[in-house]
Design a protein around this ligand. Structure first.
Ligand SMILES: [Zn+2]
Length: 104
């Protein structure tokens, strides 16, 4: 069953054609530590952006291998796209079903 993700305001939304992840990777790189990001990796063929790419802002750092995508309205980064050692990959960071202890 596909799972969905979005930014906070809903301007950016996507669907991933696979079951919702039960585990996520907590990355300790310099940007992910600051964002407390949790990652799930998937492949481009499973990722479908449901909203306009025109509403995305991009931040690249280090060698520029990963493009962190941000909503131009709310600033949330719901996913990133990048080139890994084995080819092109996508990763999502704001899955709608993500477990959280906060409701704010
Ligand atoms: Zn937004």
């Amino acid at each position: 069953m596909p799972f969905t993700g979005s930014c906070h305001c809903g301007l950016i939304a996507y669907e991933v054609a696979e079951d919702a992840p039960t585990e996520a990777m907590e990355c300790n790189c310099s940007i992910c530590r600051r964002r407390a990001a949790l990652h799930h990796f998937t492949t481009p063929d499973k990722f479908e952006l449901k909203t306009s790419r025109d509403d995305l802002l991009t931040y690249k750092w280090n060698k520029g291998n990963i493009a962190y995508r941000f909503c131009r309205q709310c600033g949330c980064s719901p996913f990133a796209e990048g080139q890994g050692p084995t080819g092109r990959w996508w990763r999502s960071t704001c899955a709608a079903r993500r477990t959280s202890t906060s409701t704010a």
